[in-house]
Design a binder for this molecule. Structure first.
Ligand code: FES
Length: 123
């Protein structure tokens, strides 16, 4: 069902975990299945200096979280906000049609984490 790239990221997800004193935290859920992702970011000079996450979800959710973390580290906040599910699906060389919706969890989480960062920075 899944290609080799997806399986590799699912079995060896990159950048998992939590950041203590994160600058922003995003917690999102997929309303269709109840899967949840927590994303932690560190911002330095307007860029994502570090990012970790915990994804409680299906194989596609975990693989897309892993790829998203690799894409996002080093990006500016503005670039990170533009991340789309299809950017992730492309790096994974595709996902089964029924699993494409699972790849929205990471883009939603990074936007939530950035929103949290902005709220904290302005308070
Ligand atoms: Fe929930 Fe894939 S089934 S994110």
């Amino acid at each position: 069902m899944y290609n080799e790239t997806v399986m590799e990221h699912f079995q060896n997800p990159r950048n998992t975990g939590e950041i203590e004193n994160a600058d922003g935290i995003g917690k999102v859920g997929n309303p269709n299945c109840g899967d949840v992702m927590m994303m932690y970011i560190k911002i330095e000079d307007g860029k994502i200096a570090d990012l970790k996450y915990k994804t409680f979800g299906c194989a596609a959710a975990i693989a897309t979280s892993s790829v998203a973390s690799e894409i996002l580290i080093g990006k500016t906040i503005e670039e990170a906000e533009q991340l789309s599910k299809m950017d992730i699906v492309e790096v994974l060389n595709g996902l089964p049609e029924a699993k494409i919706a699972c790849s929205t969890i990471a883009p939603d989480a990074i936007r939530a984490a950035i929103e949290d960062y902005r709220l904290k920075a302005n308070s």
